[in-house]
Write a protein that binds this ligand. Structure first.
Ligand SMILES: [Zn+2]
Length: 322
């Protein structure tokens, strides 16, 4: 990539926009365009992260790191320079598009009784939760037309994975949850593969900016597990979207003193338990206090609540966790 192309990329992605899209919020303004906030790169307790939004540069007085948006992407996602560039290029094209898509799917949810019924059957009921998770529905066959009307080219939609090679909406009959830089779609029909993501990175732990405020964090493997716990009042919950944590998710759990309650699926034949065991060891090596929540055999947190478990009973499981 030429010097000129690098400069162009940096101009197209204002550092402040990128930070804010990753949930960074300034705490105070020093002077015009110079903002201080908590450092997203280390466990920061008082704002030590300076952003100069005119120069598009950052510097942290806590961990001593600084640079431009490319350097930030390298450090934040823990990737090397070329990967940071491709993440940024992808983000530049994808962020506004995914925002649009999430908005469209949210409008569809209330218009499709089958989606609301599916959510209800999975224990997802409170409007506050649906708002918090920005849950939507992809009926299929509508998105392409909508986005084309907004001026997006078919090529862009294919590249993002929203439209298949043959021109159809990729997500059909799926409840959709927006993630940092992706969309998770859960199929309503048993005939389709249940889980689907767009190509690209899964991102960090779900809703980590909220969960990380707690000294005790509950980690679950699925977004429906997350949903029922959040709805039951456990706002210290986060989700890895699968039993294998990526490097960034693992680092997030280790970035400060905390207790992690692992509540993976208690399915003796599934991948949940061995994955939980290995994660317990790896977190323990990093000095994280880990407890494993013993759900009844064959249950995950979602089915625990769907089959009648309540917050008090789950609290008892947390207290019994070893
Ligand atoms: Zn720092």
């Amino acid at each position: 990539m030429s010097r000129q192309a690098l400069d162009e990329l940096k101009q197209q992605i204002p550092l402040l926009d990128y930070l804010q899209a990753h949930d960074w919020r300034p705490v105070r303004q020093l002077s015009r365009g110079r903002l201080m906030g908590l450092c997203p790169l280390h466990e920061d307790h008082e704002p030590s992260f300076l952003v100069d939004s005119h120069k598009n540069l950052f510097y942290c007085y806590g961990c001593g790191r600084g640079g431009d948006v490319i350097r930030l992407a390298e450090l934040y996602h823990q990737v090397k320079f070329p990967q940071a560039l491709s993440l940024l290029r992808q983000w530049r094209g994808l962020a506004p598009l995914l925002h649009e898509v999430a908005g469209f799917y949210r409008m569809q949810l209330q218009r499709h009784g089958e989606a609301v019924a599916y959510l209800d059957q999975r224990g997802v009921r409170s409007p506050e939760l649906i708002e918090h998770m920005r849950i939507g529905y992809a009926p299929g066959g509508r998105l392409r037309g909508w986005l084309t009307q907004l001026g997006y080219s078919l090529q862009t939609l294919r590249q993002a994975g929203l439209v298949t090679a043959s021109g159809y909406d990729t997500y059909r009959g799926r409840v959709v949850f927006p993630l940092e830089a992706n969309l998770y779609g859960r199929s309503l029909s048993a005939a389709a593969p249940p889980h689907r993501f767009l190509p690209g990175i899964k991102g960090g732990l779900y809703s980590w900016d909220q969960a990380q405020l707690y000294a005790e964090v509950i980690l679950v493997e699925g977004l429906f597990d997350y949903a029922v716990l959040w709805q039951a009042g456990f706002h210290n919950v986060t989700c890895s979207m699968g039993t294998n944590l990526n490097a960034r998710q693992f680092r997030q759990l280790c970035d400060g003193p905390r207790t992690v309650y692992l509540a993976f699926d208690a399915d003796t034949n599934g991948s949940g338990q061995p994955a939980a065991q290995s994660l317990v060891c790896r977190l323990g090596e990093q000095g994280v206090n880990v407890r494993t929540v013993a759900l009844p055999d064959g249950y995950d947190p979602n089915s625990f609540f769907v089959r009648g478990g309540d917050a008090r009973q789950f609290q008892a499981l947390l207290e019994a966790a070893r």
